[in-house]
Design a protein around this ligand. Structure first.
Ligand code: ZN
Length: 324
């Protein structure tokens, strides 16, 4: 047995675990269905089992665990406050204490988007610059975020700072899950994009997309929309451009407030690649006027889907990183 660190990313569908040795070599990973209907007690039990199994397989004695949760958590007391997508919503559920007791090591808690931002900061696009100011947008089903100022995550008292997806982009836009209208998430998330794609197919304005999804609107993805746009569906191209511009406005706002050296776009939608990135870059260049906008680098995530895992390992090694 050697000492090591464990990352746990609690999602609505899966519990993703990873284990690394003290030199931060990734030794193993696992994915376990969350079975969220079991409620907090049952899911915490599943986390214990998953971590124990992964540690046993890799002959690791855990000396720290970083846990990411999909929602609001009280970082100092180690309780979840509101996980909107899990049954019962996990209000006031102690998690770090019971997990730490069962697994025999300290457990540190962080919102999952902040954890991915931490991963990208320490091991990804921000690696090597200890004083970096950066903003991380994770664009998937929803839009999450994280901000680091002078190399330190800005968390706020509840770890809820940097909810970059919930800045208002369109004052009269669609209602967002958070209750506000016209949030970036409501206009440019993967869910919003796919919804607009389906609407174009239904209204007969996206013949190529209709072919690509074989008439099944549930099969539309942001990537399929990129293909349809490249193959002649101009209306789909317009929707992608509008999403890129909305994200660009979000990035421009953050750039104007913070003047970060680096903005990283992560999450599934960021993998749409150059087309989206170009619209974001052009919008930022157009809308940031008080300093040369090219001083802000905009890049896609280096770690991709592994950002959360690496953030969890960074947190497990150094719990101070999540002190609000
Ligand atoms: Zn919102």
């Amino acid at each position: 047995m050697i000492r090591g660190y464990v990352s746990v990313d609690l999602g609505g569908t899966n519990i993703a675990c990873a284990v690394a040795d003290e030199a931060m070599n990734l030794l193993g990973e696992s994915k376990t269905p969350t079975e969220s209907h079991l409620g907090p007690e049952g899911v915490l039990e599943r986390i214990v089992t998953a971590v124990e199994e992964l540690c046993r397989e890799n002959e690791i004695e855990p000396c720290g665990i970083g846990l990411g949760v999909p929602g609001l958590a009280d970082l100092s007391s180690g309780k979840t406050l509101f996980l909107p997508n899990l049954p019962t919503q996990w209000r006031q559920v102690p998690v770090t204490a019971p997990l730490g007791e069962r697994l025999g090591c300290p457990v540190s808690l962080l919102n999952d988007a902040r954890m991915a931002a931490l991963g990208e900061l320490v091991f990804g696009a921000g690696k090597g610059d200890e004083n970096l100011t950066f903003a991380f947008f994770t664009i998937g089903t929803g839009i999450g975020g994280g901000i680091a100022i002078d190399g330190k995550l800005r968390l706020g008292p509840l770890g809820a700072a940097a909810e970059l997806g919930h800045q208002t982009i369109d004052p009269d836009g669609p209602l967002c899950g958070c209750g506000n209208r016209g949030c970036l998430e409501a206009v440019a998330s993967g869910t919003a994009l796919v919804g607009k794609g389906a609407w174009l197919v239904r209204s007969g304005r996206a013949s190529r997309l209709r072919e690509l999804c074989e008439g099944d609107l549930n099969r539309i993805t942001p990537f399929l929309m990129v293909d349809a746009a490249a193959e002649g569906d101009d209306a789909v191209g317009d929707v992608i451009r509008e999403a890129g511009e909305a994200i660009g406005i979000g990035v421009a706002n953050v750039a104007t407030v913070l003047h970060p050296e680096l903005v990283v776009l992560g999450g599934g939608v960021a993998k749409m690649g150059d087309l989206l990135l170009r619209h974001v870059r052009e919008t930022v260049d157009r809308r940031v006027g008080m300093f040369p906008p090219e001083t802000v680098r905009i890049e896609t995530s280096v770690l991709g889907e592994m950002a959360g895992t690496w953030g969890g390992l960074a947190l497990a090694r150094n719990p101070e990183l999540a002190k609000p």
